[in-house]
Design a protein around this ligand. Structure first.
Ligand code: FMN
Length: 234
């Protein structure tokens, strides 16, 4: 089962001009705006409303000071830890995590490059631990340099999303789009959790290829995204 290589997105030297599609007119029903109130923005609000307050102020931020281990632990815990597992006939357990995943398969591994450490670590979502990925400093050296070119940040923690397509392909024909949507769901949840924690977070357009797939024998892994996270430098 082949993984479709979609190439690595990069800005065009000379952007094209494009005229967006205009929908034909139809029956129009104006909806009531749902502003988060000033009181809610200023002080406490119910836990349920808190996420709305976070969404109202979320922005990508591109300056980073170093995150300490407990802050990284919070991000990973709230985005990616395994909350429950269930048996399946697929050869591995299904999982529940804070993010949705097609088929409850969670095929995406999070690899973390801590500022000031040469090696990348893998997040083990079952035990909430970081595990060094042996050889990753060499294998991902050019990816690190490329991502630093795309978005500099010597003090940032870099997060690489590495899919294991075979897991989703075990259940679905034409599984690739499910995996890409899993990657989008994971990035979105990370952006919201980072904002809630007061961290600076920015996704990158690069996928991590052609480097991420070199962490395993051919055809097992594929890079499906990257992001930077850190503290506010102020
Ligand atoms: C899939 C994706 C790829 C992105 N790639 C980059 C990138 O390579 N460099 C960058 O500075 N920002 C990148 N961003 C952040 C967007 O530029 C940002 O979300 C957009 O400007 C809207 O701003 P906001 O997130 O503050 O609302 C990316 C965001 C997404 C979702």
């Amino acid at each position: 089962m082949a993984w479709m290589d979609l190439g690595s997105p990069r800005p065009k030297q000379q952007p094209d001009r494009y005229t967006p599609f205009v929908w034909p007119d139809g029956h129009f029903r104006l909806l009531t705006p749902q502003w988060v109130s000033q009181e809610e923005l200023a002080d406490g609000c119910s836990a349920e409303r808190h996420v709305l307050r976070v969404l109202a102020r979320r922005r990508s931020k591109r300056t980073f000071s170093r995150l300490d281990m407990s802050e990284l632990s919070q991000l990973l815990w709230h985005c990616a830890r395994t909350q429950a597992t269930s048996p399946s006939p697929l050869g591995f357990e299904l999982e529940q995590r804070p993010t949705p995943s097609g088929g409850a398969i969670h095929p995406i591994h999070l690899l973390v490059k801590l500022a000031g450490e040469p090696q990348w670590c893998r997040y083990d979502s079952r035990v909430h631990a970081l595990v060094d990925v042996v050889g990753s400093a060499d294998l991902l050296r050019d990816l690190l340099a490329h991502s630093e070119f795309v978005l500099p940040g010597a003090e940032a923690t870099r997060i690489l999303l590495v899919a294991e397509p075979g897991k989703t392909q075990a259940k679905y024909e034409d599984a690739a789009s499910v995996i890409w949507r899993d990657a989008g769901a994971l990035l979105a949840i990370m952006a919201v959790v980072a904002e809630a924690l007061g961290s600076h977070f920015c996704p990158l357009g690069i996928t991590g290829e052609p480097w991420a797939s070199r962490l395993a024998p051919p055809g097992i892994l594929a890079g499906v995204g990257m992001a930077l996270i850190g503290n506010s430098p102020e």
